[in-house]
Design a protein around this ligand. Structure first.
Ligand code: C2E
Ligand code: CA
Ligand code: CA
Length: 290
């Protein structure tokens, strides 16, 4: 009734009980997952479109469920938001990424920076800034080694609160990236107000490149707009050589997608870095605690 708005009577349906029961079960499993260390973080590299050199990576959370195997985030993040566990899971992800940054630094692995995804409810929770500050202090992470990814929908809702939080993130020196750019609100005013360091062109615009003429025009316009405002652009979901050539040709600076690498656990990522370094004939130090 609440969803349908006032004045819309609804009759009880037994299926509702089933929905509620399965949601409660999921909630309980999420609590157990936190207690039993069932989450893990995978990392997906972004490379310079011109040189192919690694610039940064995105940290993506996974749930290794004892019965169901690897559960993708889109299957549990919305539930975690609904039952109030998102801050807990988000804090765990941020601390795990910061601990990994510290390990890579000790091992002399050049990783650039690590971007963490922050969802709407996490963004608005007071805990986020405390979590970031303490994780950075505990693991000796510098602001330029971490990055925050937010969708434009998050930035556009309750703009005054968003502004305050973004200002605090700026004060911490943390770069902001706008995720799924172009899929939320069409207001471009926030680019001016919030000064993100990066925008990420959504996979839906990249998928049909270079054949789709609308996508070509849209992506080119986004790249030009960002360049004129001094904002870096990352294209997401790059899967083919043709997409890569087109994006490089129009001046898109950074590429991320299966063509370069799938998201992988830290050790797989280290192999990626070593392989790239080997290809450039660079000599990397041996890891101390890989
Ligand atoms: P996103 O931030 O847009 O993440 C990109 C998604 O695209 C990832 O899916 C990634 O695995 C996938 N991807 C990357 N390259 C390619 C490609 O070339 N082709 C295709 N088809 N897909 C590609 P994933 O890991 O399942 O994440 C889905 C969404 O879940 C993310 O979308 C993000 O919104 C959310 N998410 C992931 N990790 C976290 C987290 O730690 N915290 C929060 N709050 N949200 C997260
Ligand atoms: Ca993201
Ligand atoms: Ca995205």
């Amino acid at each position: 009734v609440k969803v349908a708005g006032k004045g819309h009577p609804r009759f009880f349906q037994p299926e509702l009980c089933e929905t509620i029961r399965s949601r409660r079960e999921l909630e309980q499993s999420l609590v157990a997952a936190l207690e039993q260390d069932q989450f893990l973080v995978v990392y997906q590299p972004r490379v310079d479109a011109m040189s192919g050199q690694l610039c940064s990576m995105e940290a993506l959370v996974r749930w290794h469920h004892p019965q169901h195997g690897m559960v993708p985030p889109l299957e549990f993040i919305p539930a975690a938001e609904q039952c109030g566990l998102i801050s807990e899971i988000g804090a765990w992800t941020i601390r795990t990424a910061c601990a990994q940054i510290a390990r890579w630094k000790r091992s002399g692995i050049s990783f650039g920076s690590v971007a963490v995804n922050v969802s709407a409810l996490e963004f608005r929770s007071h805990r986020l800034l405390d979590t970031l500050t303490s994780a950075m202090a505990d693991f000796g992470v510098q602001p330029h080694e971490l990055e925050i990814e937010l969708t434009e929908t998050v930035l556009m809702t309750d703009t005054d609160t968003s502004q305050v939080i973004v200002d605090r993130l700026h004060a911490l020196g943390l770069p902001l990236a706008v995720d799924d750019f172009g899929t939320g609100y069409s207001s471009l005013a926030y680019l001016k107000r919030l000064h993100p360091a990066k925008i990420k062109i959504d996979r839906s615009f990249v998928r049909d490149l270079p054949d789709d003429s609308d996508d070509r025009v849209l992506v080119q316009a986004i790249v030009q707009l960002a360049a004129a405002m001094g904002i870096q652009v990352i294209a997401e979901g790059v899967e083919t050589q043709a997409q890569r050539s087109f994006l490089h040709g129009i001046g898109c600076g950074l590429l991320q997608g299966y063509l370069i690498s799938r998201p992988q656990e830290a050790d797989g990522f280290e192999r990626f870095v070593r392989q790239r370094a080997f290809e450039r004939n660079a000599v990397l130090p041996e890891p101390i605690d890989a």
